[in-house]
Design a binder for this molecule. Structure first.
Ligand SMILES: Nc1ncnc2c1ncn2[C@@H]1O[C@H](COP(=O)(O)OP(=O)(O)OP(=O)(O)O)[C@@H](O)[C@H]1O
Length: 554
């Protein structure tokens, strides 16, 4: 492994030797038998952006939750600006100048931006004079840090990127000097992520200290000053970012060399497995999400669907997988192995799809992929519990199901390897591995897989990619939806780009570039002559409300 640069006081302190913004000494925390943090020390210099990386379940979120007063450490000390502090709850964290932006936002959806920002803040909620002051302060902060949001907008009307800005504003309004962000870009479009990074740089220039948890080494290299690496509950290395490389960081995280690209031979496509003709869908809000999709996937082929989220990919996957939004209207034709797939009738459910050999890794593992209160072994079989190998006459064969789950946990290195643990007690990446293991190991003829590596660490990404390629090599068809262009480019045999409910074009990975795909993702089929005037993001145009599918009486 690469030598771990020291974390002697000089590394953790700023040039003028002011005390470090954060110093953790000997922090330990166990959840039952799981030692989530073991004797962790960490120094974060004032006015820097400090990355924390590590495999899924390494203990990153636990450590930051301790710093934010969510968990009480079993032992250890926390110093903020050189002074020992006790942080029994998040109010104490806020008093110590610490703010946190979680992976799953904690905003009240039917409150306005302003109400959310002042909710629970010191000067009491919703008092008239204070509301006026709060509005002024919010507008000042929003302007200063480029966090444009309308104070009167209701949260549920905002995009995810804007909701995240509200979370940041909430922390700044509480005068946070230290801001912790847990995987902040997982849910953002590329343009939103760029904007977030500009905001973070601005905050740093104002002297704020930022701790960033991320699995994306590109982000670490782009924005952090220092980076610390956790492995299996321990802090194993610290680096100055400009002195390290993605390969070195990957190795420090996983403890072995990691391939940062996918190795695969050219595809040898066979008979058509999925044929989609003129597929249209109007959702419950009467927005036309799919506007005539045509695509084919053959056996032994991976079709990657690229696009900025919100352009219909979710509806496409959900509809094919048997989870369309209730009340949506659908037309068109889908054939799987030459046989028509019921799109709206009694056999359009996920269970019937699975019996037809369609595996589905949904984009949102917590809502559609897992039952969070059920154990890992139950989740490993969820949807396939009626299969003959899991039945003992009319009863479920729990011995067989548990044995099957134990195999999946071992092969996919799901940690901790405890089949009795409820899904909600696994880290995000390990939850993802449970869903992927369940669906891939059924060896489906057609695998629908959405955001397969969201929140997944670099070693597990390598493994999941290998398994997807192996499925293809075994003659199966894969429909891959991902907002990660790198993932689409390296895994796909063909790439279809979706924009505003349509396929903008298809390309072969070897014959296209990220720039060309980016233009298609922004809705531009031909590069404009005026290259300076390229659109930035693939946000679909204002959504038109429609009532009827073509051919239906108005
Ligand atoms: N409330 C809890 N109860 C039981 N175990 C928990 C709890 N919270 C975390 N753990 C366990 O502690 C370990 C560390 O989890 P943590 O969420 O801190 O990891 P992480 O590094 O943030 O992972 P990821 O990158 O997947 O989000 C994991 O093994 C996890 O299963």
């Amino acid at each position: 492994m690469a030598p771990a640069p020291d974390q002697s006081p000089s590394q953790g302190q700023s040039v003028n030797s002011a005390p470090a913004a954060i110093e953790l000494r000997g922090i330990s925390k166990a959840f039952g038998p799981v030692q989530a943090n073991r004797d962790i020390s960490l120094t974060v210099a004032k006015g820097t952006i400090h990355g924390i990386i590590g495999e899924n379940g390494a203990g990153k979120s636990t450590l930051m939750s301790i710093l934010y007063g969510f968990y009480k450490p079993d032992s250890g000390e926390i110093l903020i600006n050189g002074r020992p502090v006790s942080i029994p709850d998040s109010q104490a964290a806020i008093r110590a100048g610490i703010g946190m932006v979680f992976q799953h936002f904690k905003l009240v959806q039917n409150f306005t931006v302003l109400e959310n920002v002042i909710l629970g803040a010191e000067d009491g909620p919703l008092l008239r004079p204070s509301l006026r002051r709060a509005r002024g302060e919010l507008q000042r902060l929003a302007k200063e840090y480029e966090l444009n949001v309308d104070p009167d907008e209701v949260i549920e009307e905002l995009s995810v990127g804007h909701q995240q800005r509200v979370e940041i504003l909430k922390a700044l309004y509480r005068q946070a000097d230290i801001l912790i962000l847990d995987e902040p870009t997982g849910v953002l479009t590329p343009a939103e992520a760029d904007h977030l990074f500009r905001i973070l740089r601005g905050l740093k220039e104002q002297g704020k200290t930022i701790v960033l948890i991320t699995h994306k080494l590109r982000e670490i290299m782009e924005i952090t000053d220092n980076v610390s690496v956790m492995r299996r509950g321990e802090m194993v290395a610290h680096f100055r970012t400009r002195e390290t490389s993605p390969a070195e960081l990957a190795e420090a995280m996983v403890g072995r060399k990691v391939l940062l690209r996918v190795e695969k031979s050219p595809a040898t496509p066979g008979a058509p497995v999925l044929e989609v003709r003129n597929l249209r869908l109007i959702d419950n809000d009467k927005v036309e999400r799919l506007r005539g999709i045509d695509l084919n996937i053959r056996a032994g082929e991976i079709l990657g669907v690229a696009g900025v989220s919100g352009n219909g990919q979710t509806q496409l996957l959900e509809l094919l997988g048997g989870y369309p939004e209730p009340g949506s209207k659908v037309s068109g034709e889908v054939l799987v192995n030459g046989q028509s797939l019921d799109l709206t009738g009694a056999r359009s459910d996920a269970g019937t799809r699975r019996k037809r050999g369609i595996g589905h890794v949904p984009e949102d593992r917590q809502v559609e992929g897992l039952i969070m209160d059920f154990t890992a072994w139950e989740n490993c079989v969820f949807g396939y519990q009626d299969a003959p190998e899991f039945s003992n006459g009319p009863m479920q064969d729990r011995v067989a199901i548990r044995a099957d789950a134990a195999g999946k946990i071992e092969r996919f290195d799901i940690r901790p390897p405890n089949p009795e643990l409820a899904a909600r007690n696994f880290s995000g990446g390990n939850q993802q591995k449970i869903v992927v293991a369940r669906e891939i190991e059924r060896n489906p003829d057609l695998l629908l897989i959405g955001q397969p590596t969201r929140g997944v660490d670099i070693g597990a990404i390598e493994f999941i990619h290998k398994r997807i390629v192996a499925l293809r090599d075994a003659g199966k068809a894969v429909l891959l939806v991902s907002v990660e262009l790198d993932e689409i480019m390296s895994l796909s045999d063909r790439i279809a780009v979706m924009f505003d409910g349509r396929i903008m074009g298809e390309r072969l990975p070897a014959e296209t570039t990220a720039q060309e795909l980016g233009l298609l993702m922004a809705g531009v089929a031909e590069p404009p002559a005026d290259a300076d005037n390229l659109p930035e993001a693939g946000i679909p145009p204002a959504q038109k409300h429609v009532e009827n599918l073509p051919g239906e009486p108005a």
